[in-house]
Design a protein around this ligand. Structure first.
Ligand SMILES: [Fe+2]
Ligand SMILES: [Fe+2]
Length: 205
């Protein structure tokens, strides 16, 4: 942890110290979500290490993935207009906005511009049809961090013990099942992600 926060790579990607970055995040979030972010950072660091992936980007993206979660609907709508994002986004809510639109607040307010980090934040709730290893790490870390206790979280943790891709697959299926059971809207990109990462291996073309 100390090694990551003080690494040369960290300072190339973030224009402030780790401590200052944590303080900025703290100022945006309530206690529960702030602590969740710290746990996702730790979980992302571990998953990245286990997968020989980019530990520094995983830690930063994990820490910041919910940075915009408590912004107002008005803030998101203004950012959607300012960035000329597709108007169909307005049909969704905070659950989709805090990732896809949240990346622009991270860029504007924290000065982090690394595309891989921003994309991982953008994809953390719905996934995408073309997920990088970093995208997958943040997607899964958010779902299995030690504070999670929803039914079937253990199935995702067991899948992760097999492989990162197995965990992505289980997560997509469980989240989509849950959304359907609650009769909630599914962001189409999540269906696209399912069609690539959620289906059986032999169904893939
Ligand atoms: Fe989130
Ligand atoms: Fe989260």
């Amino acid at each position: 942890m100390i090694e990551y926060a003080e690494s040369k790579e960290f300072h190339q990607l973030v224009p402030m110290s780790h401590q200052e970055l944590v303080a900025k995040l703290r100022a945006q979030l309530g206690d529960y979500r702030f602590n969740h972010c710290l746990r996702v950072e730790q979980t992302a660091l571990t998953i990245a290490a286990d997968n020989h992936a980019d530990i520094v980007r995983a830690g930063i993206a994990g820490l910041l993935h919910d940075y915009a979660k408590e912004k107002s609907a008005q803030d998101f709508k203004e950012m959607i207009a300012q960035q000329h994002l597709p108007a169909e986004l307005l049909d969704y809510g905070n659950g989709i906005w805090h990732g896809l639109v949240g990346q622009y607040f991270i860029k504007a307010e924290l000065g982090i511009t690394d595309p891989a980090i921003l994309t991982a934040v953008a994809h953390h709730t719905a996934g995408s049809a073309a997920m990088s290893t970093l995208d997958k790490i943040i997607f899964v870390a958010d779902y299995v961090e030690p504070g999670r206790d929803f039914p079937k979280v253990d199935l995702a943790r067991q899948a992760l013990a097999t492989s990162l891709n197995a965990a992505v697959s289980v997560e997509l299926r469980q989240v989509i099942d849950h959304l359907i059971s609650q009769q909630q809207k599914i962001y189409p990109v999540m269906i696209d992600a399912y069609n690539v990462y959620g289906i059986k291996q032999e169904e893939r073309h």
